[in-house]
Design a protein around this ligand. Structure first.
Ligand SMILES: O=P(O)(O)OC[C@H]1O[C@H](O[C@H]2O[C@H](CO)[C@@H](O)[C@H](O)[C@H]2O)[C@H](O)[C@@H](O)[C@@H]1O
Length: 246
């Protein structure tokens, strides 16, 4: 059930001027074993279509823009690669010259490929500004050894390691969803929702916003919902609020 206080807070968001920043995996769609299959369903696409017409909507993801665009066939504002790249009104911006890491991540990907022989079940995905190591199908007892290898690569190549749900990701150093969000919204009212460690930066850097943790775990968000379907109920409330005010 949605917290009554959250329902009251939602009234502070003003259609036309307030921002909505939504993480994707685990927040709008469930976490699944195959990351390439996380397509948005028709209900979600309809909801996002409505939301972007009423609020300043951003999807804020660790994914690449290409992945998000394949999953959600809408022209949306995006913050991708955990904050390394933003697409605002069709224009692309990179954090701190992040695009200069393209070659490095390609090299890391190529030289990592043999790890699948050392760690049965490991899947490695090439992203332009990141490399994703998915250990969901690995034996749990092998994961600490994989982590050590990945930390070594990150130190050698001067990139950051991110530990998410069943994944390690090498990403552009210093990226932070929270700073990217802050730069976009300035001090305008906003709702920010996310489910994972990377979203905690979004909450911490934007304490004045309405922040929602999706699912269990320690958080600095002001509110919590149980899962992505309850998050969708919150979005429906936002749409109803906008409808009442029009
Ligand atoms: O910031 P997000 O939109 O939450 O992206 C974070 C990572 O999401 C994806 O991985 C997660 O979802 C996958 C599909 O459900 C799941 O298989 C994986 O275990 C999760 O960690 C994505 O693959 C990563 O690149 C993102 O960084």
């Amino acid at each position: 059930m949605i917290d009554g206080l959250l329902i009251t807070e939602l009234n502070k968001l003003t259609p036309g001027s307030s921002y909505i920043f939504l993480d994707y995996d685990g927040t709008l769609v469930p976490i699944i074993m195959n990351p390439e299959q996380s397509l948005a369903d028709p209900e979600l696409i309809e909801m996002l279509t409505e939301l972007r017409s009423k609020y300043k909507l951003f999807i804020v993801s660790g994914r690449s823009p290409e992945e998000i665009k394949r999953f959600i066939p809408l022209d949306l504002n995006l913050i991708c690669y955990h904050g390394a790249c933003s697409i605002v009104n069709g224009k692309t911006y990179y954090y701190n010259n992040a695009q200069s890491f393209l070659g490095i991540f390609n090299e890391i990907y190529q030289s990592s490929l043999n790890l699948v022989n050392e760690f049965p079940g490991l899947r490695i995905y090439k992203k332009n500004l990141a490399v994703l190591y998915h250990f969901g199908l690995m034996k749990p007892q092998d994961v600490p050894a994989l982590e050590r290898v990945i930390v070594e690569i990150s130190q050698k190549e001067h990139v950051d390691v991110y530990k998410g749900k069943m994944i390690f990701e090498l990403r552009v150093p210093g990226v932070n969803k929270g700073i990217a969000i802050k730069n976009v919204r300035d001090e305008e009212t906003a709702l920010i929702a996310g489910d994972d460690a990377t979203d905690e930066c979004s909450f911490k850097y934007n304490e004045d916003a309405i922040t929602i943790k999706v699912g269990p775990g320690k958080t600095s968000a002001h509110f919590r919902v149980n899962d992505y379907s309850e998050m969708r109920e919150v979005l429906k409330l936002l749409l109803n609020n906008a409808e009442k005010r029009s």
